[in-house]
Design a binder for this molecule. Structure first.
Ligand SMILES: NC(=O)c1ccc[n+]([C@@H]2O[C@H](COP(=O)([O-])OP(=O)(O)OC[C@H]3O[C@@H](n4cnc5c(N)ncnc54)[C@H](OP(=O)(O)O)[C@@H]3O)[C@@H](O)[C@H]2O)c1
Length: 337
């Protein structure tokens, strides 16, 4: 699917010889970004604010979050949508519940007020689950913090999504959920360097070697959220009793890869569950990006990654897919690179 034209983001109108692209969003379109006090999340929130959306920048630390929101407000042109900070620790159910009720009261309240005034309500929502952790150095593979990694990267994103879904469903236009994921959570990698030959000379390296788990994740018609939760619980139990090695889990950044594997699978299921309900769900892998998570190593900057993520979050409704895994701008089969 060629999406380059869609990154122009707008409706095209002709006035004489000039072509105008009007964005589909307004200053009342609300974008929520998690873990947005630094890294890709901060760059993405800044980009969405610059494009004129109303941004709710969230972070688990109040001072760092307030400072990030203030920096974005100071840097952008005046007269655009609001940039608000709200505290949100995605790994803490109480924090997620408090945030969801704030969104309902503040933004949902706006919604009701506008309808009461009989003004056409154009409030849309976009949610970007960006918050993430990995405690692995580039060349290590510790699972010491597996509980935290799974709770943040998978359970946190899922918990927030489920808490906000009722609000998304009320929006009159298509809402969008973009999960910042990773190709480390794909099932396979295809590489000429891999030594596992497959048909027609293509070399496929299965990252997840457990055949039963692979079958389960690939059988989309039968896969359930319970299956995904079961996979995560099994992984954590094996980490807990020290038996996880040699059980077919991904070999690179294992706990992080399992968290993104679960997030990718959940995103696919959610997209299918919400088909026809005007809510799109996609995943985005920014690739190896220079942030604190990679100790400053990487091929691209957080700003470059944030720009592409914003482009995906802002795709015009007619070009907005659902259930896709984007590696950079290219939609992939979620099971393969
Ligand atoms: N960098 C890469 O090469 C790369 C590649 C593929 C995917 N990704 C994904 O991109 C996303 C952003 O990563 P990044 O590279 O920008 O990492 P980063 O610079 O380490 O930023 C991570 C952000 O997540 C926040 N966070 C962590 N735990 C949280 C929690 N429980 N609640 C709320 N926020 C929390 C951090 O907040 P604090 O400041 O409070 O810790 C920070 O704002 C992650 O989902 C990551 O997995 C990154």
């Amino acid at each position: 699917m060629a999406l380059s034209h869609a990154f122009n983001h707008g409706r095209t109108t002709n006035t004489g010889s000039t072509v105008h692209r009007a964005p589909w969003w307004t200053g009342e379109t609300v974008a929520v970004v998690t873990g947005a006090n630094r890294g890709i999340g901060l760059a993405l929130a800044a980009r969405l604010a610059e494009r004129g959306l109303s941004v709710v920048l969230t972070a688990r630390d109040e001072a760092r979050g307030e400072a990030a929101a203030a920096a974005i407000r100071d840097a952008r042109p005046p007269g655009l949508g609001a940039v608000r900070f709200r505290r949100l620790d995605v790994a803490d159910p109480a924090s997620v519940a408090a945030f969801a009720s704030w969104v309902r009261d503040e933004l949902g309240g706006l919604d009701i007020l506008r309808q009461a005034c009989v003004i056409l309500n154009l409030i849309d929502h976009a949610q970007v689950n960006n918050a993430g952790v990995s405690f692995n150095e580039i060349d290590t593979n510790s699972v010491e913090h597996a509980e935290t990694v799974l709770r943040t990267n998978f359970h946190g994103a899922k918990m927030l999504t489920e808490a906000l879904l009722p609000l998304f469903r009320r929006a009159p236009t298509t809402s969008r959920i973009l999960n910042i994921s990773s190709q480390l959570g794909l099932l396979n990698v295809i590489s000429a360097l891999q030594k596992v030959p497959n048909v027609a000379g293509v070399h496929i390296h299965h990252k997840l070697k457990d055949p039963a788990l692979r079958r389960m994740l690939l059988d989309e018609a039968a896969l359930t959220e319970r299956d995904i939760e079961g996979m995560v619980s099994r992984f954590l139990a094996e980490v807990g009793d020290g038996t996880w090695r040699g059980r077919g889990w991904p070999e690179v950044w294992t706990d992080y890869a399992v968290s993104k594997l679960a997030l990718n699978a959940y995103s696919r299921l959610l997209a299918a569950r919400l088909a026809g309900e005007r809510v799109s769900v996609n995943c985005f892998c920014p690739g190896f990006t220079r942030t604190d998570m990679t100790r400053g190593f990487g091929k691209r900057t957080a700003e470059e990654a944030g720009r592409v993520a914003a482009g995906l979050a802002l795709l015009p409704p007619r070009d907005l897919p659902t259930g896709k895994f984007f590696k950079w701008r290219t939609p992939q089969l979620y099971s393969k690179l």
